[in-house]
Design a protein around this ligand. Structure first.
Ligand code: FES
Ligand code: FE2
Length: 456
């Protein structure tokens, strides 16, 4: 890839071509958990957070009526930082001269001005629309006055609160390399390999510890075993209204083929199976050019999600309130050479495989130098996505509509998307995964009939 193309597809600040593209999509800005006083006691009396999104400094706060507001952080008077503001019942007050703003950025008071002053009426702080979905606040950062697209009926957005759980964590690298791990179906056969399998009873909430659907001679196989023993997947990437469906086939023997179906939702989201009944939808939202929050939405197609178990498993590696990882370049991501010899392919622990991906994406450097890569057949989904990304940037620069979720004309065509990790009869792997996905969909207690009938 040419250096200028790498610049074009990675830089997302205001006014950049890729930044304009990114601002065509709803972006997650905070977990509702971040405002829960049980998880962050400061939120009891002062629900105010400084946030950074796509290179912009913002302040997110909740008023006494429970309404959230997302405003530019620099006070429109003389630029002081509103994230230090006094939170009052009806808004946020700048501590410099007491100007006060409501959740829509409307100036309510300029108390140092003479009585009768009309200055306040002429001041409007930029505010960004927010929508709450899946335990997460999403922001619309598109141009002032633009109409955001509707949310498609993806499973994570339509499942009830009881059947979803959201979590996040920070990676110190550019958004695109963070995302490109998720559309790389070859890497789990290396990066995430454990030399021994665990009991399937311990699998709840843990990636790759669950069983693949189906069986080998009546025996249930953990995904770890498949990934370890069959490491040359045949990958296909098929265009869909939302992005791409990725199919990775691992031929096991003459009779059996392992099939893993995952999805890429343009521009930065993947959907993969966690287990036979839970999917992970993971977004990679740019904080700025060199930092990225991943947001994971877990959706259960069976019983309610055990949120406390899921949260506690993950808080160990990414503690609240800022969800910064304990591991990183500063401590070599917890690398242990002895473990690499004896227990895991990578040597960075078995507990949280997220740190494996974190190492992969952060060790490339803050913005990966794509001029030096040597891509192979197993990188075909990554190459396909880069082509779509370059074209989408061009489309938006020419005044067109960004693809996928940004295009209201496609909203109705977007559902699911389905994921499967299963052991199929070799001759019928296609039917197998579709039947398995349909059965999972039909079994979800929250699924509307319409969606159960027409998997994406
Ligand atoms: S800078 Fe905020 S009120 Fe003066
Ligand atoms: Fe991974």
């Amino acid at each position: 890839m040419k250096a200028e193309h790498n610049e074009l597809i990675t830089r997302i600040g205001p006014g950049t071509p890729c930044g304009d593209l990114m601002r065509s999509y709803w972006q997650p800005v905070a977990l509702l958990d971040e405002f829960n006083p049980l998880l962050d006691p400061r939120m009891e009396h002062r629900p105010v957070k400084a946030v950074r999104l796509m290179g912009q400094d913002l302040v997110l706060f909740k008023d006494a009526q429970g309404r959230f507001g997302l405003l530019d952080r620099d006070c429109p008077h003389r630029g002081a930082d509103l994230s230090f503001g006094r939170r009052e019942d009806t808004g946020l007050r700048c501590p410099f001269h007491g100007w006060k703003f409501d959740v829509n950025g409307k100036c309510l008071e300029t108390p140092a001005e003479p009585t009768g002053s009309k200055l306040c009426e002429r001041v409007q702080q930029r505010s960004y629309p927010l929508v709450e979905k899946c335990g997460t606040l999403f922001a619309w950062m598109g141009p002032v006055g633009s109409t955001p697209p509707p949310f498609p009926a993806f499973d994570c957005f339509v499942a009830p609160n009881t059947h979803t759980f959201a979590f996040k964590g920070l990676w110190n690298c550019n958004w695109l390399q963070a995302f490109e791990v998720g559309i790389d179906p070859a890497h789990p056969s290396f990066l995430h390999v454990f030399f021994k399998d665990e009991s399937l009873d311990e699998a709840y909430g843990r990636q790759f510890r669950g069983a693949s659907a189906g069986a080998v001679d009546g025996e249930r196989w953990p995904m770890t075993r498949i990934m370890r023993e069959f490491n040359q997947p045949e990958i296909t990437a098929e265009a869909t209204p939302y992005g791409m469906r990725l199919t990775a086939l691992r031929k096991m023997d003459e009779k059996l083929t392992h099939v893993r179906v995952t999805n890429s939702i343009f521009p930065h989201t993947f959907v993969i199976p966690l287990s036979e009944t839970i999917t992970i939808t993971q977004m990679h939202v740019p904080v700025d050019d060199t930092h990225t929050y991943w947001y994971s939405f877990f959706t259960s197609f069976a019983g309610p999600v055990d949120k406390e178990a899921m949260r506690n498993q993950r808080l160990r590696a990414n503690p609240a309130p800022d969800y910064l990882p304990r591991s990183g370049r500063h401590n070599s991501w917890g690398f242990n050479a002895e473990e690499q010899q004896s227990t895991t392919y990578l040597g960075m622990g078995e507990d949280d495989i997220n740190v494996h991906d974190q190492w992969a994406v952060e060790s490339m450097g803050q913005i990966a130098d794509r001029t030096r890569e040597h891509l192979g057949t197993s990188d075909k989904a990554i190459m396909a996505n880069r082509r779509v990304l370059l074209k989408a940037i061009e489309t938006v620069q020419a005044g067109g509509t960004a693809p996928g979720m940004a295009d209201p004309a496609l909203t109705a065509a977007m559902q699911g998307p389905d994921t499967v990790d299963g052991i199929a009869p070799a001759a019928e792997w296609d039917k197998f995964w579709r039947d398995t996905a349909a059965a999972k969909r039909a079994g979800a207690p929250w699924m509307a009939n319409e969606q159960a009938r027409s998997p994406a």
